[in-house]
Write a protein that binds this ligand. Sequence first.
Ligand code: HAM
Length: 419
Amino acid sequence: MPEFQAPVGTRDVLPPESARWERLIGLFAGRVGRAGYGLVVSPMFEDVGVFERVGEATDVVRKEMYDFEDKGGRHLALRPEGTASVVRAWVQHRPTLPFKAWYAAPSFRYERPQAGRYRQHHQLGVEVLGSADPDLDVEVIALGWGLYDDVGLSRVRLLLNSLGDATCRPGYLDALKTYLLEHRDKLCDEHKTRIDDNPLRVLDCKRPACVGVTERAPRMVDHLCDECAAHFDRVKSGLGELGIAYDIEPRLVRGLDYYTRTTFEFQAPALESAQNGIGGGGRYDGLAEQLGGPPTPGIGFGIGIERVLLACDAEGVFAAPTATADVFVVDVTGEAALKLVQELRNAGVAADRAFGGRSMKAQFKLADRSGAQVAVVVGPDELDRGIAKVRPLRGTGEEEEEVKLEELVDHVKKRLGTP
Ligand code: HAM
């Protein structure tokens, strides 16, 4: 075993697997680009306060954060999630509203590594600031839903909930606290002592002891104020108009503290239940203010790239595309390949070659493996005559042709149908 390995909980993504990443990110960029979202690239680390502000009562912040002091004595943290950074950036620069952002970025959480749970994972996400319109909630959910459709996943479940707002949530929390205190003895050890901290966290606990209690706990959806109830109704009817099926999940509180009103999660039933969350998000109408900005509503989601690809494997869809060249230049003179591949590539043709002065036979073997449609063959005789032979490699029934070197690029493009 080599001396150095990728750190525990991290993975190297190499070809051909990385080709799926490229395609997935490309599909996402296309989909959100068509909806008017712009790419935001923010630092991988922030002042630790940015994240503390958004999740002091959560495991993500309390237990899992990679925080450290830099050489200048600043207390920083690697980003555990993308929302806080984007909202911090908006508060700092104040671009015009509505601000529609997307990102594809790593996040870091010191979790117990297992399949689908990593210490560095990667999220595709969107965040929108500046509108409280429930139609925006529907748009955002539909963007995530559309990506799963793009990759061919057919068994994604959408779970939906509302967490209310500053008007109705305090009353609900009181009712929930009272109920949980009545059943304290039956809760798991961790949550016996955390009811006062944030009772919503108990709803998020998946241990059987807590689940047994929370099954019959008061539900936020039954305590919504009129405005939150109307908002939630419009989200539900909008999803219905778009044909997006959902299940109401009254205990869906998500693992971060900033959520208000609509929260949602995408699950892949094909995966183990501990890691079947392939995306999630919601509204965070108070977050900009918490980070020092003016009151500004917001909503977004994060989709775990690794988990989406695991779900694709489980459903047998979205296979890794094989990287193939269109043309392989077989050159035994050592004088033609350098220039020919450059010209072909500049003209938009995927061209490859061998290195190291290999024999014609060895080069043809590589040409075959490259997946190229045609080989461009140059030997001493061809070089003398200023031509190359264009030989089909895939048994398409076409003939070998002799082509003048100066006409080669146009000839190959026509033959391959390259625009
Ligand atoms: P989150 O649910 O914590 O939400 O993470 C979003 C997604 O990232 C999860 O659904 C999952 O697919 C993936 N994920 C999370 N942790 C791991 C891990 N350790 N290993 C592999 N994948 C993981 C957020 O982070 C929010 N910022 C989402 C959001 C955006 N809400 C509003 N805007």
